[in-house]
Design a protein around this ligand. Sequence first.
Ligand code: WT7
Length: 649
Amino acid sequence: MSEIDSVLKETRSFPPPAAFQARARLKSEAEYQALWRESIADPQGFWGRMAREIPWMQPFTQVLDWSNAPFARWFVGGRLNASAVCVDQHLARHGAKRAIVWEGEPGDTRTWTYAQLHAEVCRLANALKERGVKKGDRVAIYMPMVPELAAALLACARIGAAHSVVFGGFSAQSLKDRIEDGGCTAVITADGSWRRGKLLPLKSVVDEALASCKGVHTALVVKRAGCEVAWDARRDVWYHELVARQSATRAPEPMDSEDLLFLLYTSGSTGKPKGIMHTTGGYVLGAALSARYVFDLRDEDVYWCTADVGWVTGHSYVVYGPLANAATIVMYEGAPDAPHRGRFWELVQKHKVTILYTAPTAIRTFMRWGDEHVTKHDLSSLRLLGTVGEPINPAAWMWYRDTIGGGRCPIVDTWWQTETGSIAITPLPGVTATRPGSATRPFFGIDPVVLDKHGAEVPAGSGGLLALRKPWPSMLRGIWGDPERYRQTYWSKFPGYYFPGDGCRKDADGYYWIMGRVDDVIKVSGHRLATMEIESALVSHPDVAESAVVGRPDELSGEAVVAFVTLKPHAVTSDALKETLRAHVAKEIGSLARPAEVRWAAALPKTRSGKIMRRLLRDIAAGRETAQDTSTLEDFSVLATLRAAEDDE
Ligand code: WT7
């Protein structure tokens, strides 16, 4: 019996276009097979060789120490600096090459060459030092998509402080929780930013977050929007004042390969957000190598990953991966429909973008907006397209291929996670025959298997749980402050194997088809949200007694948040209260978590042991007949009542 029913049957196959393949870094199945097999059979030899391609300040003496599994140490004894890998190593050959091509939402543009990026990173590193930031400290970054954001990550890395980037859409409360959990002592932010012509007041969110955070001594503020801001002269300092007067040189700190490079918070099914830990050597190698092979980066490429640096995609494939390869990256501050729905395509044309990496939710939105916004722009510069963040439905894949890629660009559907650090299952564009909806096959060093819940491999074609059988260099090193939770969450389901929490099917040709999360985590517009955190936000409202949050399929966002809410006896149901609760969640967590729908529930369906029957709620939320066995349901009338409530609305 299969663990998960897989219903997608897709048989179309697209070999790499001949013109692409002829110039690709990897051109043949044999090359891929040889490298992948070596990476699995002899990881020490393979990774040792790959790692020697990045510049070390001191060579490593051992490739992998797995003796204390699941706590890995890669490139033991080696010293390097991530900012030197991304910037300094390119100065001699590429100092005058464009590193960052930036476009603000209002249409203002800036370009930094590698030499300019180097100077900015050094000045900012010196500025952080002047403010007392030390090696080993953590620095929170809460910024819009401006070039200084990339500089901020690299400047932290340069002095050996770990960064903890918090996406600019998170609320003051979420920012505060992350600052406190990580023990951050400084924050880098901006006065504000532009989104659909509206001002996002980032500094005031930081002020609110810091009002009750004791440990932060510095808030460094980039002037972006020119808006009014409150000022605490002991703590706040303008970026342009402090950074401008610093020296434009600073030697990079020689960091141990296993020194913390960054924390990035992500949602899990239980408890508070997890501070995922990534260290220096393995992470940088994973990001650099995957960017080079998956995006087939060449010197003349103009590469645009549309993700915000607040997510791991932005860390690995806006900043570290492409810059380690001396690529020219495009950064865009604003919304895809500002001031019009063709903005992305206008940018592709204007900057002659050759590689575009974006999310399925964005692709579905563009599809809905209509081809006319696309076709009036010249997209002939594009040669490769990528997607990430959630499964892509074949219809969206085909549209991406034909309408954006003109039928000539390979598509790389890349599966990975905050925890994997870099792309793990993916086509290689000059090698792999792609299939719409499949992330295809493992990248180097990744040894996937699909298991049933007892840990037995399921037969080809059946759904099951994805697991990875080997450690890989860019894997997470732990959860900040909670090693036990790390072991529990990722390594206890199938002892010895890493458990990503995704359902998957492997077909008879060895292609992997990711089927989405199997835990209580939903993906809204590609962003991972824990239902449990939204539930806690709801219960923090004085009128709410209990709530259960589930995802329902949504054509645009992939999944939408549906909240079933039981009110306290004094509270009265009303549409106004629904609105209040939706706004409450947005305030507590950020608008990305705002429920699409709030439903009243006199009681929630629970098993006799008191567990909320989420699958059943998912069926109700999606308007499906339930396939779930309800024999353990404590009070069967609850189900009937919930359905009746649905008919009333
Ligand atoms: C989860 C990780 C990886 C960077 C952005 C998201 C889902 C990601 C794919 C894909 C199907 C995908 C998985 C995964 N996911 N990429 N190509 N096909 N599903 O990072 O927030 O850590 O989320 O996103 O469910 O576990 P994240």
